[in-house]
Design a protein around this ligand. Sequence first.
Ligand SMILES: [Fe+2]
Ligand SMILES: [Fe+2]
Length: 547
Amino acid sequence: MKNQNDFQNLYQIIKQKKGLLKFPKEFIDDKNSKEILKDLQTHVFEKSIETSFNKVSLNDYYVFFAKIFALLRIFISDGKFSYYYYEEFGNNYELFYSEIEDYSILSSIEEAIEEGIINLVSNLNEVRSFENIYYEREKTYITPIPVFLYGKKIGIIVGISKNLLKQNENISHLFFCLVNYIAPLLYSSQLNYQLQKKQQSLSLLIDVTEDLSYVKPIEDNIKGVIRSLSQSINCNISALILMDSNSQLYFKFTSKGLYPLILQRKWKIGADLFSESISKNLSFIINNMHKNRIYVKTFKIVSDQIRSFLVYPLQAVNFKGCFFAGRLKDEKQFSHEEYDLVMTMIKNLGIFLNNIYLFNELKVSYELTTSALASAIEAKDPYTKGHSQRVMRYSLLIGKKLGLNEESLKTIKLAGLLHDVGKIGIPEAIITKKGPLNEKEYKIMKKHPYIGYLIVKDIDYLKSGIPFVLYHHEKLDGSGYPYGLKEDKIPLFARIAAVADYFDALTSDRPYRKGLSFNDAMLEIKKNSEKQFDKEVVDAFIEGLKT
Ligand SMILES: [Fe+2]
Ligand SMILES: [Fe+2]
């Protein structure tokens, strides 16, 4: 029941059922209660359901609760109330709205809930008070009033008072009538509240995910997630606990903390809560941990001041750890919404870390492939040893001067190293021939750009470098090979490659001739610029060499 139509239907049903809820006559006749009921009905009940569901703010609901609680004070004049909604999934009660501000009183109610007393009393067919033995400062009474909708428990209103509710059948009946009269709105408000919370988590998740970046250092990414997460769940201490290669646990990326000293602690994986979480991939919400002796070790690690724990494991290929948030005694307990948020964010972080790991692995294997190919060329053609590296360097120089983006420079780097990879397919006799090549040999040699293309075309990360490899011997006037492309038919990468490659060929020593000096080679290229080479590329190269 989470969309507006459902609420409209619900409203229709309630309208028809209203007559069935019979308030005792004396209550209806009572001037005071009549006024409040009328007000409740017209200003809150009608308004909030009939107006667009999305427009009802939490504040509207708080006004609504204030009115309901005022109504309940007709019977328990010194009562202060809280509303807990029933969370079916976790079979527990979550605090939704309270006019009790004292945490120790709220915590006494939570203890009574945990012990099952409130549930027990609220399941009786009457509303009755019992002494609050969980609150020691003064004598108080707890009055639980269950809220049902179509026979299904949706929550519980809990009253705290110094006076005992006078037991009487009529009072019980009245309470049930009243509370069930408002049940649909309570239900719609808690659904809306849950929805709003989900939306908040979702937008936080989107923000944090957008913030994750493969360019940023991993540590910064993790820190960002932990910081956002810690800010959105209210807690006294929070941290990511990581396990090192010696199975030692330590605090890392703390966003909040009361005790700087504990953050330097290191401990061997063992029987504490964090070790359990990490070694068994378990998550926990533990409220009021002082009751359980098993967790003494955990107290030793974080301090026994922390009573509520939310722990969620982080499992990534190269990160084993857990996120942990803690609250002091008397603070509110961790809710299932907070648990869901932590789960989503930490899982998301785990996926991201795994992706980075895979990405790096892939990068390593790319680099290995590239250098394996590059050394394969050099093994075959010792005279051009270093040629590939130099062509890469010159091309990068030109690319930078031309203001190309990072992505293009990366392509140039790889393609520069591999531009002559096709020479692997040329007979060794031709490659290593000590004199100039004859016509037949030259014809075979001219195949190397195309063979190179065949090698790189199926390697995904090298595809963008194809123009560099395939056309690096093309000339603007169409005198190049393998296709004799002209002018702007030659891609920019290839025009860069041609200048870099030719310059290195001119300046390198060959068995049959000595290489030119940089200046002479430059003059030679300048002479040919516009005819064979792109003038802009040549100018960029000259500029680049000067600096
Ligand atoms: Fe070449
Ligand atoms: Fe070359």
